[in-house]
Ligand binder design. Structure first.
Ligand code: B12
Ligand code: SF4
Length: 502
């Protein structure tokens, strides 16, 4: 008896003695030994008897606290699949790693895994667990991290798709419906596909990811199997024309694309119907106000449909675009909350953070005044710990914004410690300066603690501070502004802010 035959015989013996999930693992191992490679489900065969089940898992770490947000990626991808295959697939949400653990994800024929960089280790863990439990399911990865690092496709996953998934994923599913061993040549021509070379020599990524035509963003399927997001949010566009040095939007989306005005109005109508109690819809576009004509069109459309004033909105603006005309437009749309990146109270740091456009402290202050005068609630976000920043500069940012809060012109300010995300100038800077190691040895949880403690799941500044130390959170300004000094200053500022925030 050859060695291979002996192993196969031994495994068969074990299978007869073993119940439950171990049985599946042993069976799969056997397949590998007999056929020389792992065997994935035959989706075509499955579709003859029932719907193909696709689980969607969005990786998250225990440090994250998302107050009711669920990624819109799920709704968009679900819609993309349904558009191409109205009846073949059933797409469901896999709640968290625990539900993967207890086997909810186990029922999936295909598991989709979405991950941002800060949760990449959590994503890899989930993929490993899922593969152990369900050796024959297909695992397809997507989202920011894998789009930026196509070479990091975990060995347990089958494919990944870079950038937007709605139109590319159905193309891959189409192929998997035709064959459970799709030929490499056919896989390789799918735009943005990431797959492993057979010899294990790394991954290949078809050069250009396919982008959705600029005016054809899909209508996200928000009403899913009775499940609804706790806080639904709206995106009327993707991408941003600017390139701030701490932001990865430009790199991820490559261009700005818009949903049609009719679609935006449809989405608002749908949210209003699904969430009758909801007062304010957060519009999470990177830059909602980039195109004033579009805002005017949206106003007309909402008016025609009698939707104006039914609910209010919050939206992101940019200080250099704020003027009376814009505020009037926002008010006419019933935008009641305007958020913008104040970033810093010194022009020197502002120039580093926002090299494009004409952002100055004066413009920031004027924007606060104008927005406030028009009765909009102002929310600010600041960046502290920019390389080269001095303690006095960081303190000035906190003091100036606190003062605006005291004067009642600003409702809230978030002081975020700069965290270099892949795809940003500062990620590259950190690599060049040797502050950040190579991505294959990088501990991604170092990016996972929220940049401002109030948004984190920690109950106090002190707990958040400890978590930063425990995770060795990335910090880039040590040379000019030691992190401990910044945190000491922030702790004091935080108690002053707490006195104003009720
Ligand atoms: C809404 C939002 C939030 C919400 C909710 C986040 C959530 N649960 O998704 C809140 C306010 C909680 C939040 C917080 C933070 N956020 Co945020 N957020 C966003 C925002 C504005 C929109 C996200 C979104 O829905 N996009 C629309 C969907 C459709 O796009 P998508 O998720 O990329 O999915 C598409 C593709 O990536 C792909 N895809 C995604 N998954 C999959 C899976 C498969 C299998 C496939 C095939 C394809 C695929 O297809 C999708 C459809 O085209 C983005 C900026 C942006 N415009 O994208 C930032 C963004 C995601 N956030 C970011 C950051 C840094 C944060 C914070 C860390 C900030 C902080 N202060 O600490 C926290 C941490 C959040 C967390 N816990 O994850 C960064 C992430 C950078 C990175 N490279 O990882 C972004 C990109 C902002 C930026 N420009 O830098 N955020
Ligand atoms: S920070 Fe805002 S304005 Fe700057 S690139 Fe990102 S989304 Fe655009």
């Amino acid at each position: 008896m050859t060695l291979k035959k002996r192993i196969v015989a031994a495994i068969y013996k074990r299978i007869r003695q073993t119940p439950g999930s171990c049985l599946r693992i042993l069976k799969a191992t056997l397949h590998v030994l007999v056929k020389g490679r792992s065997v994935r489900k035959d989706l075509k065969k499955i579709s003859l008897t029932r719907k193909i089940r696709i689980g969607f898992y969005s990786a998250v770490s225990s440090f994250a606290y998302e107050p009711g947000f669920r990624p819109l990626a799920y709704n968009c991808i679900r819609s993309g699949i349904q558009k191409e295959f109205p009846s073949e697939f059933e797409v469901f949400w896999v709640d968290d790693l625990d539900s993967v653990n207890i086997g909810v994800g186990e029922n999936a024929d295909v598991l989709l895994v979405s991950s941002l960089s800060q949760y990449w280790l959590d994503a890899c863990k989930a993929i490993k667990i899922f593969r152990e439990r369900n050796p024959s399911a297909w695992i397809i990865v997507g989202g920011h991290h894998i789009s930026h690092f196509p070479n990091s496709l975990p060995e347990q996953a089958d494919y990944a798709i870079a950038a937007e998934g709605e139109i590319v994923l159905p193309k891959l599913l189409q192929l998997l419906m035709q064959s459970s061993h799709p030929p490499k040549e056919e896989v390789a021509v799918i735009p943005g596909i990431i797959f492993r070379e057979k010899n294990g020599a790394g991954n290949s990524c078809c050069s250009l990811a396919e982008r959705i035509p600029a005016d054809q963003l899909v209508f996200p399927d928000r009403c899913v199997d009775g499940y609804r997001e706790i806080v639904p949010y709206l995106l009327t566009s993707r991408g941003c024309p600017y390139k701030c040095t701490f932001c990865s939007s430009g790199e991820h989306w490559q261009r700005v694309s818009y949903s049609s005005i009719e679609q935006v109005a449809d989405e608002i109508a749908q949210i209003a119907e699904l969430y009758p109690q909801l007062e304010t819809i957060p519009i999470c576009d990177d830059l909602f106000v980039a195109d004033k004509d579009r805002l005017k069109q949206l106003h007309r459309e909402l008016q025609n449909r009698d939707l104006l004033g039914k609910m209010s909105f919050s939206a992101n603006v940019r200080a250099d675009l704020v003027d009376d005309e814009l505020c009037e437009l926002l008010k006419s749309l019933n935008v009641t909350i305007a958020c913008f990146g104040f970033e810093s109270a010194t022009d020197r740091i502002l120039k580093i953070l926002k090299p494009q456009g004409s952002c100055s402290v004066e413009q920031n202050m004027t924007a606060i005044e104008v927005l406030h005068r028009h009765g909009l609630e102002v929310y600010l976000s600041c960046v502290l710990g920019t390389p080269g920043e001095l303690l006095e500069e960081a303190r000035a940012t906190c003091e100036v914004t606190l003062q605006s809060m005291r004067e009642g012109k600003v409702k809230f300010v978030a002081w975020n410690i700069l965290c270099p995300m892949p795809g940003t100038y500062f990620w590259e800077w950190g690599r060049r300066e040797g502050v950040l190691p190579q991505e294959d040895t990088f501990d991604w949880s170092r990016l996972s603690v929220y940049a401002d403690w109030l948004h984190s799941r920690f109950n106090s500044f002190a707990e958040w501070r400890k978590a930063r130390t425990r995770t060795n959170a990335v910090y880039l300004a040590e040379a000019t502004l030691p992190q401990q000094e910044l945190l000491d200053m922030l702790e004091k500022m935080d108690s002053l802010r707490a006195e104003i925030v009720v």
